[in-house]
Design a protein around this ligand. Structure first.
Ligand code: PMP
Length: 381
């Protein structure tokens, strides 16, 4: 029983069991509550208790900002999952991957000693923060220009930095860089490249890759992410960025990340990835079945694919549904879903048409069940 203040907003009463018939399904934000039951079952072994005197200083005893134990656990988790080559590469910690995304733009922009600002692009549909964050800093070194494909046939586009999200938010596709020129570099945002959300066809070996605890263990609130970087000078500039902006990452967050990763590693990742994959696969199956009775809405197509981690062909299990309203007159898909009491995210938030809406599938089971209820009702009508 949860305290009333912790009830899902669709439930009320003294023990959160009363369904409030009028509420909207929350399929908006990407809070990864689907992993909450996993951690509830491992409450004691995943807990940390920090004494008041512990780690009061700015650095670890070896004068570093980075826990070497945590760095070793990160190498290990990539090695057992086989999702990224980290050997011989540098690892940088950030306050979530959010901080590292801009650290990477900053570092790549400075790599090329050009007098004009670097152009920052991404393929549509793309995660909104790439644009909002890049514009927010108003740097003289880089500028957000939008769609990557618009530069595809330009022979000298100057220094270009391409965000590649793989799997993509919102549509779960395993994207690859569309720009390959001598002056272009890519930031591979691989925060969803874990067996919960996708097959792992191969170990990614990109020059700059970004990961986060938020989507691996689900602890978005801990604000801990890491970058895996091949080039030494990019690594040094990113490290300087983190040092100048925040004097390194909270030692408390690192301690919690270490504890959680070590629970993940206990079973070679089997327990969390099987739980994550089963949960997400079942949700995708339910959603596709629910929408299949109508041709008014369609979903992105993801084929079953061989996964080197599970060593079998596995079914799709994306973090988000990228819903398209198919009818000519349904131009504002968000509004149609909103009227049916489904709260998603507008296609325009991903630089796509309003005919699209993203629905988050990684929230709690209550949120997902209510989403299915609302959608069943809508397609029935
Ligand atoms: N990249 C992508 C593609 C995301 O979807 C998110 C979270 N929604 C992030 C980065 C940021 O995650 P965090 O800062 O929690 O690591």
């Amino acid at each position: 029983i949860k305290p009333v203040c912790e009830c899902n907003p669709c439930y009320g009463g003294p023990d959160c069991s009363m369904f409030l018939t009028d509420c909207a399904a929350n399929a908006g934000s990407g809070d990864p509550y689907f992993l909450e039951p996993f951690w509830m079952q491992r409450a004691a072994k995943s807990a940390i208790l920090v004494a008041g005197w512990h780690r009061m200083g700015y650095t670890f005893p070896d004068s570093s900002y980075i826990s070497t134990q945590l760095e070793a656990s990160i190498h290990k988790v990539h090695a057992i999952v086989g999702n990224a080559v980290t050997k011989g590469k540098y690892i940088i910690f950030g306050a979530g991957s959010t901080q590292l995304l801009n650290a990477a733009v900053h570092a790549l922009a400075l790599e090329n000693n050009s007098s004009s600002p670097a152009t920052v692009v991404a393929s549509i549909p793309y995660y909104r923060l790439y644009k909002t964050q890049t514009e927010f800093f108003r740097s003289v070194d880089y500028q957000f220009e939008g769609d990557a494909t618009s530069l595809q046939n330009i022979s000298d586009a100057g220094n270009v930095i391409e965000f590649v999200t793989s799997p993509n938010n919102p549509d779960g596709k395993l994207n690859k860089a569309v720009l390959q020129g001598p002056n272009s570099s890519a930031i591979y945002d691989r925060v969803y490249y874990w067996p919960h959300f996708t097959a792992i066809p191969t170990a990614a070996n990109d020059d700059l890759m970004i990961f986060t605890l938020s989507k691996l263990t689900g602890h978005a609130g801990t604000r801990f992410g890491w970058a895996v970087v091949k080039n030494k000078s990019v690594y040094q500039t990113m490290t300087e960025y983190i040092s100048e902006s925040s004097n390194g990452i909270s030692r408390d967050a690192q301690l919690r990340a270490l504890k959680l990763l070590n629970v993940v590693l206990e079973t070679g990742g089997r327990e969390i990835f099987e739980f994550g994959y089963d949960t997400m696969k079942n949700r995708w199956e339910k959603l596709t079945n629910t929408l299949s009775v109508s041709n008014r809405f369609s979903l992105q197509k993801i084929e079953p694919q061989y996964c080197t981690y599970f060593q079998k062909i596995r079914e799709p299990s994306p973090a988000y549904a990228w819903v398209k309203c198919e009818r000519e007159e349904d131009k504002d898909c968000y509004k149609i879903l909103e009227e049916a009491k489904v709260d998603g995210r507008r296609g325009s938030a991903y630089a796509a048409e309003e005919r699209y809406v993203r629905l988050s599938l990684i929230r709690s089971q209550d949120d997902f069940d209510i989403l299915i209820q609302r959608l069943s009702q809508l397609v029935k009508e």
